[in-house]
Design a protein around this ligand. Sequence first.
Ligand SMILES: NC(=O)c1ccc[n+]([C@@H]2O[C@H](COP(=O)([O-])OP(=O)(O)OC[C@H]3O[C@@H](n4cnc5c(N)ncnc54)[C@H](OP(=O)(O)O)[C@@H]3O)[C@@H](O)[C@H]2O)c1
Length: 395
Amino acid sequence: MTSLDPTGETLPETHLALRQNVYAEPPIVERIPVPQILPGTAILRVHLATIISYSRSIYDGTRGYQYPVPLTLGSGAIARVAALGADATKLKVGDLCLLDVTMRGRDDIGGEEEASFLSAIHHGHTEASKKLMSEWRDGTYAEYVRWPLENCHVLNQQKLLLPLTEGGLGYKVEDLMLMPTMLVSYGGLGPNGVGIQAGDTVIVAPATGSFGSAAVHLCLELGAGRVICMGRNTSVLEKLKMTSVFPERVSCVPLTKDWQKDYAGLKDLGGKIDVFFDISPRVAHDSGHFKAATMALRYGGRVCFMGGLREDVPLPLSKIMHSDITIKGKWMFKPDDVKKFIELLELGVIRLSNEGTGVQPLGGRCVKKFRLDEWKEAFDTASELGSAGFVVFEP
Ligand SMILES: NC(=O)c1ccc[n+]([C@@H]2O[C@H](COP(=O)([O-])OP(=O)(O)OC[C@H]3O[C@@H](n4cnc5c(N)ncnc54)[C@H](OP(=O)(O)O)[C@@H]3O)[C@@H](O)[C@H]2O)c1
């Protein structure tokens, strides 16, 4: 296990990494050279790395995500800076950082080339993003990782990890691993997305999955007056409400696949609805909630589409036009979203699951840490957990 004590680490010559040498074939733990430090980069000792609900289907090829091989697999992580490129201006050796997997071309400032991709997950959608990933392919399922300086976001370890009795927020490091999941919905719901305001009523659909349940918690932390959770599984919906930080502000509407019934369920709640946040998986393309939730919005309402859909879905264009509805698509989040999110976290405005404070939103708790060689059980567990929590690698 990586020590949380920042002192005394020297870089070894080799380290262990979870590698895939042939696309979609089972990965193996290999001993490989530790990456060399280069200008513009940091080498970090990985402490914990996220496993997403669909990691298994990314790496066994069923999801069809494209990436180059050989590859060290990975996702978002918390890691400590072990070495720094000579041009680092702010980061210090020993800093504890959140590693953002959203890689962006440094020479594509305006984003025209769409030179962005997800580290070790997907090579993006342009020639520029594919070129960038061929250079920056290796992810965080390893003891050490080389990361772009601008994707290392420093965490105030004292503030976050010291016990409540000593003026800290009392988190365990694994509690912080909810951040990468909440950050996705912060991208869509925060200031660079549809910008939810205190008092807003927000529909989250579907609300029972890992990103959906994190979005529900985020809305409440950002001051939503009411969160309407839509989902097929009514018992999970009920748990989502009862474990939330403000159960009295959460309402549930079952998804029936019939948009008119879903719409009636929303209207029966009464009151105005400001925002509809969609985080559907691909298989939900025939769900009725796209139309129902858009129809239920107030005049001037906002929609944010973050779901991983490939097929088109029916939308009520007449409603969108007559009610002045704004539709925003969002992929991931911007670097300043990460900064803002960490600031809100360190201020205690956004709270993560924490035994000490009793904040325990559904799906917000780390239920197990896996070694790299336990990858199969780790991926299987992540895919089966739903909103029961999350698992991580501890390389
Ligand atoms: N835009 C972005 O930047 C971004 C970032 C990350 C993820 N995503 C996308 O987010 C999506 C969700 O990821 P996740 O990890 O939260 O997935 P997940 O944990 O598997 O949750 C899936 C959710 O969808 C519901 N669902 C499944 N099939 C459905 C159907 N046919 N009709 C209605 N609801 C259905 C599930 O509810 P049940 O309990 O009823 O099955 C559950 O609430 C993914 O497709 C991913 O691509 C987008």
